[in-house]
Design a protein around this ligand. Structure first.
Ligand code: SAH
Length: 277
């Protein structure tokens, strides 16, 4: 199935694989009932496009409004409730793991890093502080503005960090390392797969991503539900199977080098470091 397979929600029995994911419709053999099938496929692919556009639109609006206030608070230092504090601690562990990995290689000052979906700069700012050349971007103007403010406050010299408002699928250029943390939870596998493929194409050497692992799906749903009661306050949360993500990475010529897992009571994030094989 091509991209049309992304319509609707991915269920356990409806997983896409890396092989099926990037295929274009021209790969599909239309057979005898060609016209009908082709029309249906075009219709489905249009729906697929609409779904992608809508998911991004909803996520962008969320992170420019309620989501911005909520996550700025969680990722900040002020007082928060117990659940938010637990998430804050979990998220910081994810950030710390990634910083440790990147520092371990001992070449931070020589490499360029793209932080896609940078939020309020929780990762970008310490990486820039440690000497890396950082390109930070996010689909939400508010998040980017906040990250820029924080950078000004924290960094004595902010000349090695740039911020831009950008959907990660429109990022161009080449970077030694591309990092995308806690963004894929907002997208179903079909869209997350496209995003990973795009990010992989920007990475000369390494890609680090995190996602909500499928194993914890029910608890995440439940816990996110508790955290954001009411439909207007939340976006959909999607868990991903590690095997699916690895297949996509391998399909792009990467292999897994390090893995990490953060789990607190309310926060779960699987971290993969993939390098060009
Ligand atoms: N990576 C950051 C922020 C995680 S919150 C951190 O770990 O601290 C998720 C962020 O992803 C939000 O700031 C949201 O605006 C951003 N985002 C969601 N979809 C995006 C997309 N398609 N392109 C770029 N950023 C996106």
């Amino acid at each position: 199935m091509g991209r049309g397979g992304s319509v609707g929600r991915i269920t356990d029995s409806q997983q896409l694989t890396a092989n099926t994911f990037p295929r274009s419709h021209s790969d599909i053999y239309y057979g005898n009932a060609g016209i009908v099938r082709k029309t249906v496929l075009i219709f489905i692919s249009k729906l697929g496009f609409m779904t992608t556009t809508n998911d991004k639109k909803v996520v962008k609006e969320y992170f420019n409004a309620t989501g911005f206030d909520r996550w700025r608070r969680i990722y900040g230092e002020g007082e928060v409730n117990k659940v938010q504090e637990d998430i804050r601690i979990g998220h910081q562990q994810t950030i710390d793991t990634v910083i440790e990995w990147v520092k371990q290689d001992g070449n931070l000052a020589d490499i360029s890093i793209c932080d896609a979906g940078c939020g309020v700069g929780s990762l970008s700012i310490p990486l820039a502080q440690a000497g890396a050349k950082v390109n930070a971007s996010d689909i939400s103007e508010k998040m980017v503005a906040e990250a820029g403010e924080k950078a000004k406050e924290v960094l004595e010299d902010a000349s090695n960090i740039t911020f831009s408002v950008q959907d990660l699928e429109t990022i161009g250029g080449k970077y030694h390392t591309v990092i995308c943390l806690d963004v894929l939870i907002h997208y179903p596998l079909s869209e997350a797969g496209q995003m990973i493929s795009h990010l992989a194409s920007l990475a000369e050497s390494r890609l680090i991503i995190s996602f909500a692992p499928k194993t914890f799906w029910l608890s995440i749903l439940k816990k996110i539900g508790e955290l954001f009661p009411g439909p207007s306050k939340t976006t959909r949360a999607y868990q991903h199977s590690e095997a699916d993500i690895i297949k996509i990475l391998e399909g792009m010529g990467f292999s897994i080098k390090r893995t990490g897992m953060t789990s607190t009571r309310f926060y779960y994030s699987r971290i993969l470091e993939a390098t060009r094989s």
